[in-house]
Structures are given as C-alpha cells and as structure tokens.
Design a protein. Structure first.
Length: 398
C-alpha cells in the first residue's frame, strides 16, 4: 500500500468515526445533540429532587399528641458490655411516665450477662431477654429483636443500638410525640459521632444524605425506610405481619425492609429535633465503613419497585453529574449554560444540607459539602456496584 493510499484510508476512517459520533457531540440545526440532551436531563432531574427535598424540610410537622403512650425500649446486644454500661444509665434516666427497657443478651462472650443481671436487680424498669441458641435459618439480630418485641409489655416499641446514645432525657417523649391511633411508625434521625479526620466527615455526610432521602420522602407522604438506631412502631404491626418473616433470609433489613413493606403516607410520621436524636459510633477505617455500607446498600435490592426506581434515578443522576456531565459538557455548544447549571446544583446541595441540618438540629460543616459531594458520587459508584452485584454479603455475626 502506497503512503498516499494509506493516508486516504486513514482519512476515510476518521470521517466515518466523526460522522458516527456527530449526533452525540455536534449541534444539530434541527435540534439538540444527544449528548446535550443527556447533560440537560441529568441536571434537570437532580434539580427537581433537590427542590423536592427542600420543600419537604420546609413542611410543617404533624400535630403532636398530648398523650404519652407506654413504651418498651429494646436494644439487641452481642458482646456490648462496655457500650451498655454507657447506654443503659441514659435509658433509665429518661423523663417519661411509663416505659421499660429491654436488653436482648444475644449469646455474649463478655461480661454483658453479669452486668445486666446485677442492673436488673437494681432497677425494675430494666429487663433482660437471653438468646442462648438461635435457629440456623434466621439472622441473629432479627431473632433477638423478635424475642425482645414479643417480651415487650407495651404496645409501642422504640428501637436503638448498643453503640447509640440518646442526646436528651426527653428522647422517648419526643419520639412518641407524633404518635396517634393512625400513626403506627415514627422515624427518627441517628447521625454519627463527630471525630477528627476526613473519613469521619464523609461518614457523617453520607448519613445526612440518607436521612435527607428517607425523611424527606416520608415528610411528603412517601416513606420507604427507617434506621433501627432510632425507630418507633406498634408491636401489633410487627406481630400481625409476622415480624421479619417476609425477609428472614436476607442479611440485615430488620429496620429498613420492615418499614419499606409496612409504611405508608398515612401510618408513618417523622420526628425532628435535637432531642429526638441518637448519636451512633462511626467506623474508624475505610475498610470497615465500606463493608458496612456495602451491606446496607445490598438490602436496597429488596425495596418496592417504585422506591428502587426513585432512589436509583436520584443516585444515578448524582453520579452522572460528576462523571458524565462535567467531562462531556465541553464537547457541546452549551458549555456555559451546562456549567452554570452544575454550579447551581452544587449551591443547591450545599443549601439543602444547611436547611436539613437546621431542621434536624444537627450541625454539619457546610463549607466542605462541595468536596464531599464528589467523594459521595465516587463512593456510590464503587460501593453501590459491589452491593448490587454481590450474591451474598456476610454479617459480622450470625
């Protein structure tokens, strides 16, 4: 092949590729390019979600009940002696007329049993339920919680974890405030403890994003999940629906799957404010955090289809804002407009965090939100892909 022939062939190949990609990268006189439409669509969807969440946190809360129903606080603990020695006194110090505290001692290997045995003798509000053996077909925490809920003598059960700390002696009263005969589920917020370091900032950012979604959707009548670190519901709702039976073979989901299957806009309320918060201890390494979140995300595969669709679109467009729109915006003739919309989106994410942190009465460092915004997109791309493609994700204990 002569040099002239080779040059002609390369030129023909270039123009063939150019013409093939032309609809994606070039302006079409008869309309927008496909790439431009994709960029505008991603940003438009993101802005709609952000506006929706801003409206949700501006909504007035439900009228609070003047009646204080009797409550059973339930904690499932496995080798949590040190945490229980901090948590139990806080639970027993709650300023509430009628309540009990049930600690499920789940096959502990430390001094949990001895500590609880002594403390139950000292305070009649505290009760211990022991798990000596569990069936092979059920997750340990689900089995322990089931025993604890069945042992509860009150209709309302309030759940938290051993590594959580209520931030007020009015925690129970504030969580039960939205309760009524119609409301069977009350969702609470449980952020992570603030510690030094970038990992901790991101963990708290991620928990805020999760709260903005599940509490925001619940505030507009579309509840889809709750967190077991701060969750109140009717014992009869649990028993009449056979507890965790519908997802007994799923690792995790004792909180969000239960709410996803049984919560509606009519029977679910949200409790906001600093006194409703329980602070949880965060992971201290990226590896532990990644494993924890991969497990949490994997449960999302079992949500109702409509919820998976809503959350999937939100997450995909969040990632696409960074990994599709930013790199390809410069290949469109609308680069200035697209970049302006990207800046608007970033400002709205920052403002949403500001507004949500005020509604939740939990401060957050607003100045670092734009950085964490990008890290979250990358994290979700990695952890989300791993979670949704994994066949089985092990729990830290059976």
């Amino acid at each position: 092949m002569t040099p002239e022939t080779k040059a002609q062939k390369n030129s023909a190949s270039f123009f063939a590729i150019h013409n093939y990609l032309c609809p994606f990268f070039n302006f079409n006189p008869n309309g927008l390019s496909i790439l431009s439409i994709c960029c505008f669509s991603v940003l438009a969807i993101q802005l709609v979600y952000l506006i929706l969440f801003l409206i949700a946190f501006e909504k007035k809360q439900q009228t609070h009940s003047s009646v204080a129903p009797a409550v059973s606080v339930i904690v499932c603990a496995h080798d949590e002696e040190a945490n229980l020695k901090e948590l139990v006194p806080l639970l027993l110090a709650q300023e509430y007329p009628v309540y009990e505290v049930i600690i499920v001692e789940d096959r502990c290997n430390d001094g949990t049993y001895d500590y609880l045995l002594q403390t139950t003798k000292e305070n009649e509000k505290l009760k211990m339920v022991r798990v000596v053996n569990k069936p092979d077909h059920i997750n340990g925490k689900k089995f322990g919680l089931t025993l604890g809920i069945k042992a509860a003598k009150h209709e309302w059960v309030l759940l938290t974890d051993a590594d959580c700390r209520p931030q007020s002696t009015n925690w129970i009263s504030k969580m039960t405030a939205p309760s009524s005969n119609q409301k069977k589920i009350v969702l609470g917020f449980s952020p992570y403890q603030k510690l030094p370091g970038f990992l901790n900032a991101f963990i708290r950012f991620e928990s805020f994003v999760t709260a903005i979604q599940f509490m925001g959707f619940a505030l507009i009548g579309k509840p889809y999940m709750g967190v077991g670190r701060n969750l109140l519901y009717h014992k009869s709702l649990f028993l009449s629906n056979k507890g965790f039976n519908n997802h007994i073979g799923v690792t995790g989901g004792d909180d969000d799957l239960f709410v996803n299957q049984h919560a509606t806009g009519l029977n679910t309320a949200v409790s906001l404010g600093s006194e409703t918060v329980t602070i949880s201890k965060p992971k201290l390494s990226w590896k532990d955090f990644y494993h924890q979140k991969r497990r949490h995300l994997a449960v999302g595969k079992y949500y109702r289809f409509s919820d998976r669709l809503l959350l999937g679109i939100f997450s995909l467009t969040w990632m696409a804002s960074w990994f599709v729109v930013i790199p390809f915006a410069f290949f469109t003739p609308f680069v200035v407009l697209i970049v302006s919309l990207l800046v608007l989106r970033s400002l709205m994410v920052t403002f949403l965090f500001y507004r949500a942190s005020r509604a939740l009465q939990t401060p957050f460092e607003i100045g670092i939100v734009p950085i964490l915004d990008f890290v979250y997109a990358f994290y979700y791309l990695v952890a989300g892909t791993a979670a949704f493609t994994a066949k089985r994700i092990p729990w830290k204990r059976n």
